[in-house]
Ligand binder design. Structure first.
Ligand SMILES: [Zn+2]
Length: 260
Protein backbone atom coordinates (compact mmCIF):
# COMPACT_ATOMS: atom_id res chain seq x y z
CA UNK A 1 0.00 0.00 0.00
CA UNK A 2 1.47 3.31 -1.09
CA UNK A 3 -0.09 6.73 -0.63
CA UNK A 4 0.85 10.40 -0.99
CA UNK A 5 -0.38 12.48 1.95
CA UNK A 6 -0.66 16.21 1.26
CA UNK A 7 -0.52 17.89 4.65
CA UNK A 8 -1.99 21.40 4.66
CA UNK A 9 -2.71 21.50 8.40
CA UNK A 10 -0.25 22.70 11.03
CA UNK A 11 1.07 19.76 13.02
CA UNK A 12 3.56 19.68 15.87
CA UNK A 13 7.04 18.40 14.96
CA UNK A 14 7.30 14.60 15.11
CA UNK A 15 3.49 14.23 14.89
CA UNK A 16 3.89 12.08 11.78
CA UNK A 17 6.35 9.71 13.44
CA UNK A 18 3.43 7.34 14.07
CA UNK A 19 3.53 6.62 10.33
CA UNK A 20 7.00 5.16 10.73
CA UNK A 21 10.54 6.48 10.26
CA UNK A 22 11.61 8.40 7.16
CA UNK A 23 13.30 5.92 4.82
CA UNK A 24 13.79 7.98 1.69
CA UNK A 25 13.59 11.59 0.49
CA UNK A 26 12.87 12.49 -3.12
CA UNK A 27 12.67 15.67 -5.15
CA UNK A 28 10.91 15.30 -8.50
CA UNK A 29 11.38 17.58 -11.50
CA UNK A 30 8.22 18.02 -13.58
CA UNK A 31 7.27 20.24 -16.55
CA UNK A 32 5.38 22.36 -13.99
CA UNK A 33 8.22 22.80 -11.54
CA UNK A 34 10.07 20.98 -8.82
CA UNK A 35 8.18 18.99 -6.18
CA UNK A 36 9.60 18.13 -2.84
CA UNK A 37 11.45 17.16 -0.88
CA UNK A 38 8.90 14.39 -0.32
CA UNK A 39 9.62 12.13 2.65
CA UNK A 40 8.76 8.44 2.48
CA UNK A 41 7.73 6.89 5.77
CA UNK A 42 7.23 3.16 6.14
CA UNK A 43 5.29 1.84 9.12
CA UNK A 44 5.48 -1.55 10.85
CA UNK A 45 2.85 -3.00 8.53
CA UNK A 46 4.86 -2.02 5.45
CA UNK A 47 2.57 0.86 4.38
CA UNK A 48 4.54 3.37 2.33
CA UNK A 49 3.43 6.97 2.95
CA UNK A 50 4.96 9.85 1.04
CA UNK A 51 4.51 13.11 2.95
CA UNK A 52 4.26 16.48 1.21
CA UNK A 53 3.77 19.60 3.31
CA UNK A 54 1.21 21.64 1.40
CA UNK A 55 0.09 25.21 1.83
CA UNK A 56 -2.19 27.68 0.16
CA UNK A 57 0.48 30.37 0.01
CA UNK A 58 1.07 32.12 -3.33
CA UNK A 59 4.47 30.37 -3.45
CA UNK A 60 2.77 26.97 -3.33
CA UNK A 61 3.79 24.20 -5.65
CA UNK A 62 1.91 24.17 -8.96
CA UNK A 63 -0.93 21.67 -8.35
CA UNK A 64 -0.18 19.99 -11.69
CA UNK A 65 3.42 19.41 -10.57
CA UNK A 66 2.32 17.72 -7.35
CA UNK A 67 0.15 15.20 -9.19
CA UNK A 68 2.57 14.52 -12.04
CA UNK A 69 5.24 13.87 -9.38
CA UNK A 70 2.93 11.33 -7.73
CA UNK A 71 2.40 9.65 -11.06
CA UNK A 72 6.14 9.61 -11.80
CA UNK A 73 6.84 8.00 -8.41
CA UNK A 74 4.29 5.29 -9.19
CA UNK A 75 1.93 6.40 -6.42
CA UNK A 76 -1.70 5.56 -7.17
CA UNK A 77 -3.48 7.11 -4.20
CA UNK A 78 -3.44 10.68 -2.90
CA UNK A 79 -5.01 11.88 0.34
CA UNK A 80 -5.19 15.61 1.08
CA UNK A 81 -5.62 16.84 4.65
CA UNK A 82 -6.67 20.46 4.64
CA UNK A 83 -7.82 22.99 7.18
CA UNK A 84 -11.05 24.77 6.45
CA UNK A 85 -13.61 27.37 7.38
CA UNK A 86 -17.04 26.07 8.48
CA UNK A 87 -19.75 27.47 6.24
CA UNK A 88 -22.38 25.08 7.57
CA UNK A 89 -23.28 26.44 11.05
CA UNK A 90 -23.70 22.88 12.35
CA UNK A 91 -19.92 22.35 12.08
CA UNK A 92 -17.67 23.38 14.94
CA UNK A 93 -13.94 23.96 15.19
CA UNK A 94 -11.99 20.72 15.39
CA UNK A 95 -14.68 18.81 13.49
CA UNK A 96 -13.46 16.48 10.73
CA UNK A 97 -15.24 16.67 7.40
CA UNK A 98 -14.77 14.08 4.66
CA UNK A 99 -14.98 15.66 1.23
CA UNK A 100 -17.91 14.00 -0.52
CA UNK A 101 -18.16 16.55 -3.32
CA UNK A 102 -16.70 19.93 -4.21
CA UNK A 103 -17.30 23.27 -5.88
CA UNK A 104 -14.43 24.88 -7.80
CA UNK A 105 -14.52 28.63 -7.11
CA UNK A 106 -10.81 29.12 -7.82
CA UNK A 107 -10.13 31.62 -10.59
CA UNK A 108 -6.37 31.77 -11.03
CA UNK A 109 -5.27 28.16 -11.01
CA UNK A 110 -4.81 25.58 -13.76
CA UNK A 111 -7.84 23.30 -13.68
CA UNK A 112 -6.98 20.83 -16.45
CA UNK A 113 -4.05 19.13 -18.15
CA UNK A 114 -6.01 19.20 -21.40
CA UNK A 115 -5.93 22.93 -22.10
CA UNK A 116 -4.05 22.35 -25.34
CA UNK A 117 -5.00 18.75 -25.98
CA UNK A 118 -8.39 19.55 -27.42
CA UNK A 119 -9.93 16.81 -25.31
CA UNK A 120 -13.52 17.73 -24.62
CA UNK A 121 -16.52 16.07 -23.04
CA UNK A 122 -14.80 13.89 -20.45
CA UNK A 123 -17.25 11.59 -18.70
CA UNK A 124 -18.79 12.55 -15.40
CA UNK A 125 -16.86 10.67 -12.70
CA UNK A 126 -17.26 10.37 -8.92
CA UNK A 127 -15.74 13.53 -7.37
CA UNK A 128 -13.58 11.54 -4.94
CA UNK A 129 -12.23 8.01 -4.84
CA UNK A 130 -15.01 5.93 -3.21
CA UNK A 131 -12.48 3.44 -1.87
CA UNK A 132 -10.42 6.02 0.07
CA UNK A 133 -13.63 7.73 1.19
CA UNK A 134 -14.90 4.45 2.68
CA UNK A 135 -11.58 3.82 4.43
CA UNK A 136 -11.69 7.34 5.93
CA UNK A 137 -15.31 6.95 7.07
CA UNK A 138 -14.54 3.60 8.73
CA UNK A 139 -11.46 4.96 10.54
CA UNK A 140 -13.12 8.24 11.55
CA UNK A 141 -16.64 7.39 12.74
CA UNK A 142 -17.09 10.89 14.19
CA UNK A 143 -16.44 12.59 10.84
CA UNK A 144 -19.22 13.89 8.62
CA UNK A 145 -19.38 14.01 4.84
CA UNK A 146 -19.86 17.34 3.13
CA UNK A 147 -19.25 19.70 0.25
CA UNK A 148 -15.92 21.52 -0.03
CA UNK A 149 -15.71 24.86 -1.78
CA UNK A 150 -12.24 25.68 -3.09
CA UNK A 151 -11.06 29.29 -3.30
CA UNK A 152 -7.76 30.90 -4.27
CA UNK A 153 -7.16 32.76 -1.01
CA UNK A 154 -5.18 33.88 0.82
CA UNK A 155 -7.82 36.30 2.08
CA UNK A 156 -10.68 34.99 4.20
CA UNK A 157 -14.27 35.06 2.98
CA UNK A 158 -16.48 38.01 3.82
CA UNK A 159 -19.70 37.47 5.78
CA UNK A 160 -21.66 38.07 2.58
CA UNK A 161 -19.58 35.45 0.75
CA UNK A 162 -20.08 32.97 3.60
CA UNK A 163 -23.86 33.35 3.27
CA UNK A 164 -23.62 32.98 -0.51
CA UNK A 165 -21.43 29.84 -0.27
CA UNK A 166 -23.94 28.32 2.15
CA UNK A 167 -26.77 28.92 -0.32
CA UNK A 168 -24.67 27.18 -2.94
CA UNK A 169 -24.60 24.08 -0.73
CA UNK A 170 -21.04 24.35 0.61
CA UNK A 171 -20.18 23.06 4.08
CA UNK A 172 -16.55 24.18 4.30
CA UNK A 173 -14.24 26.54 2.40
CA UNK A 174 -10.58 25.77 1.85
CA UNK A 175 -7.59 26.58 -0.34
CA UNK A 176 -5.72 23.32 -0.89
CA UNK A 177 -7.95 20.67 -2.49
CA UNK A 178 -9.01 22.40 -5.68
CA UNK A 179 -8.04 22.04 -8.50
CA UNK A 180 -5.89 19.08 -7.36
CA UNK A 181 -8.98 16.91 -6.96
CA UNK A 182 -9.98 17.31 -10.63
CA UNK A 183 -6.40 17.15 -11.94
CA UNK A 184 -5.92 13.85 -10.11
CA UNK A 185 -8.93 12.42 -11.95
CA UNK A 186 -7.29 13.37 -15.25
CA UNK A 187 -4.23 11.35 -14.24
CA UNK A 188 -6.43 8.42 -13.14
CA UNK A 189 -5.11 8.75 -9.60
CA UNK A 190 -7.28 7.94 -6.59
CA UNK A 191 -7.81 11.16 -4.65
CA UNK A 192 -9.77 11.98 -1.51
CA UNK A 193 -9.74 14.78 1.01
CA UNK A 194 -10.48 15.43 4.62
CA UNK A 195 -10.76 18.76 6.36
CA UNK A 196 -10.19 19.78 9.95
CA UNK A 197 -12.35 22.83 10.67
CA UNK A 198 -10.10 25.53 12.11
CA UNK A 199 -12.33 28.60 11.78
CA UNK A 200 -16.02 29.45 11.78
CA UNK A 201 -17.48 31.32 8.81
CA UNK A 202 -17.24 35.11 8.82
CA UNK A 203 -21.02 35.31 9.34
CA UNK A 204 -20.80 33.36 12.63
CA UNK A 205 -20.20 34.98 16.03
CA UNK A 206 -16.59 34.29 17.12
CA UNK A 207 -16.07 31.92 20.06
CA UNK A 208 -12.98 31.69 22.27
CA UNK A 209 -10.88 28.62 21.39
CA UNK A 210 -10.51 25.85 23.96
CA UNK A 211 -8.16 23.36 22.31
CA UNK A 212 -10.76 21.77 20.05
CA UNK A 213 -8.68 22.15 16.87
CA UNK A 214 -5.73 20.36 18.47
CA UNK A 215 -8.06 17.57 19.57
CA UNK A 216 -9.50 17.30 16.06
CA UNK A 217 -6.02 17.07 14.53
CA UNK A 218 -5.04 14.37 17.05
CA UNK A 219 -8.14 12.33 16.17
CA UNK A 220 -7.16 12.34 12.50
CA UNK A 221 -3.54 11.49 13.32
CA UNK A 222 -4.65 8.54 15.46
CA UNK A 223 -6.92 7.33 12.64
CA UNK A 224 -4.35 7.51 9.82
CA UNK A 225 -2.83 4.03 10.43
CA UNK A 226 -6.37 2.54 10.32
CA UNK A 227 -7.04 4.40 7.05
CA UNK A 228 -3.92 2.82 5.56
CA UNK A 229 -4.91 -0.64 6.75
CA UNK A 230 -8.31 -0.12 5.13
CA UNK A 231 -6.61 0.51 1.79
CA UNK A 232 -4.56 -2.66 1.60
CA UNK A 233 -4.82 -4.61 -1.61
CA UNK A 234 -5.13 -3.52 -5.24
CA UNK A 235 -7.47 -0.74 -6.28
CA UNK A 236 -11.01 -1.92 -6.97
CA UNK A 237 -12.52 1.52 -7.66
CA UNK A 238 -13.14 3.00 -11.10
CA UNK A 239 -10.41 5.68 -10.76
CA UNK A 240 -7.81 3.85 -12.93
CA UNK A 241 -10.31 3.76 -15.81
CA UNK A 242 -11.55 7.34 -15.71
CA UNK A 243 -10.20 8.19 -19.16
CA UNK A 244 -11.10 4.92 -20.82
CA UNK A 245 -13.85 6.55 -22.87
CA UNK A 246 -11.57 9.31 -24.14
CA UNK A 247 -8.81 6.78 -24.81
CA UNK A 248 -11.08 4.45 -26.76
CA UNK A 249 -12.19 7.36 -28.92
CA UNK A 250 -8.54 8.03 -29.77
CA UNK A 251 -8.45 11.34 -27.88
CA UNK A 252 -5.55 10.35 -25.65
CA UNK A 253 -2.12 8.96 -26.27
CA UNK A 254 -0.74 6.43 -23.83
CA UNK A 255 1.34 8.10 -21.12
CA UNK A 256 0.38 11.56 -22.43
CA UNK A 257 1.18 12.94 -19.00
CA UNK A 258 4.89 12.29 -19.51
CA UNK A 259 4.82 14.87 -22.28
CA UNK A 260 2.66 17.58 -20.74
ZN1 LIG B 1 -9.94 5.18 -6.48
Amino acid sequence: MELLLLVAVSLPPKALDLLGPVQEVQTVETPFGRVGPLALRVDGAGHRIWIAPYSGLPTRTDPRATLVAAKELGIQRVLAWDEGVAINPVLGRGQTLLVADYIDFTRHRPTTFFQEEGVVGLEQVPPVCPEIYRALAAALPGAVGGVYLGVDGPRRETAAEARMYRRWGADVVGQNLVPEIGLAAELELCYAGLVTVTHLGADQPPLPPHGEVRQGLEQVLDALPRVLTGLEGPRSCGCPRRLEGARSRGLLREAWWREV
